[in-house]
Ligand binder design. Structure first.
Ligand code: DNO
Length: 355
């Protein structure tokens, strides 16, 4: 297992590489470019530059999260071939700088969704929360405006303002896309990129849908064991793999996270783990918690033990943390609570290792 930490780059993150370097165990960086529009290839000079920046700070860069997928690919529109070609070029360029895993998602229009980005918890910390009954009453365009107004000035991944201008139009186009069609479009995409990944030695690791159920009538397919099984079979290669996000899949209590880790780990399809804890107030109503097992619903020991038992050689990162100690940062991505998360996950790992 290689411990990592997500970093949004010099311009887009309140957390610095110098700070990350002082986290016990010196985690590797999970990075990305944020100034290349979705659908365009990531230029070699820019990815080299990112790599150099990270290495100059004494850290490693082997994971990218995310190279986002143009909506026309998900919709299966004729222009997809052009965008897939750009994606292939990005993969080749990332292969040149030694990237090993690309995390991506195939969620129509929206990436992850929370209804409150700063819910006050009893101890005075703030956490992101989700309530299905609120989402059911929401109008997507209004919701996006609210998110933008509440994100401490940072653009949220997947919610970039330039994409949202076309929101209404895009929602209309999805009316003819159901689950099966979305699976078909994912298959087409994977068939066209996996051979390039094999050459570049980069594993694709799809991120689950968060939350893992349809929203606003849009289909979502990366949601449960059955669908993940279907997904890994779309192209039968270890390069077609998964990011197992405990918080995303785990928001549906029917998804048993340690069991999923064992199942897909045994198949050699697990390349990246996002570890996060949640506390449920009701079905479809939860808030994110500290990583500690007793603060939420998940047994972190069992999760880390499952990774240990499969002999996991991929990457793990702490996921969304709370805002604590007065920190102002991108929601979910402050320094302090994620650093505590790493220390705790590493502690569990050490104990499991010695047993
Ligand atoms: C949430 C993240 C996701 C993830 C993308 C991958 O905090 O885990 O936004 O990066 O879904 O494409």
């Amino acid at each position: 297992m290689k411990m990592t930490f997500r970093w949004f780059g010099e311009k887009d993150d309140s957390v610095t590489l110098e700070q990350i370097r002082q986290i016990p165990g010196k985690p590797g960086i999970v990075g990305a470019l944020y100034d290349v529009p979705v659908g365009e290839a990531w230029p070699l000079d820019k990815v080299k530059n990112l790599k150099d920046t990270v290495e100059k700070a004494g850290l490693e860069l082997e994971v990218i999260e995310s190279v986002n997928i143009h909506e026309d690919i998900k919709l299966g529109l004729p222009a997809r071939d052009k965008y897939i070609e750009s994606y292939r070029e990005s993969i080749r360029n990332l292969g040149e700088i030694g990237i090993k895993v690309i995390c991506y998602n195939f969620m129509p229009v929206f990436d992850w969704l929370r209804t409150d980005l700063a819910m006050k918890l009893e101890d005075g910390s703030e956490a992101m929360a989700y309530d299905n009954s609120i989402v059911q009453k929401l109008e997507p365009v209004k919701m996006v405006e609210d998110m933008a107004a509440n994100s401490n000035g940072f653009a949220l991944p997947g919610w970039e303002p330039y994409r949202l201008k076309e929101l209404k139009d895009t929602l209309e186009k999805y009316k003819s896309v159901d689950e099966d069609k979305l699976f078909e479009n994912l298959k087409y995409f994977l068939e066209n990129i996996i051979p390039v990944c094999e050459e570049a030695d980069i594993k694709m690791a799809i991120h689950p849908d968060d939350p893992p159920w349809p929203l606003f009538g849009l289909p979502r397919i990366v949601t449960c064991k059955e669908n993940l099984d279907r997904l890994v079979k779309l192209v039968d290669s270890p390069y077609n793999g998964l990011t197992l996000c405990s918080g995303s899949l785990g928001s549906n209590p029917q998804n048993n996270i340690p069991e999923l880790i064992r199942h897909f780990g045994a198949m050699g399809r697990l390349h990246f783990g996002h570890v996060r804890n949640l506390r449920f107030e009701a079905e479809g109503k939860f808030h994110e918690a500290s990583h500690l097992s007793s603060d939420g619903a998940f047994d972190m020991f069992e999760i880390m033990k499952a990774y240990h038992d499969i002999g996991f050689e991929g990457y793990i990162r702490p996921d969304h943390g709370r805002m604590i100690w007065g920190e102002k940062a991108r929601p979910g991505y402050g320094l302090y609570d994620r650093a505590l998360g790493i220390a705790y996950l590493n502690g569990l790992w050490e104990a499991i290792n010695k047993k």
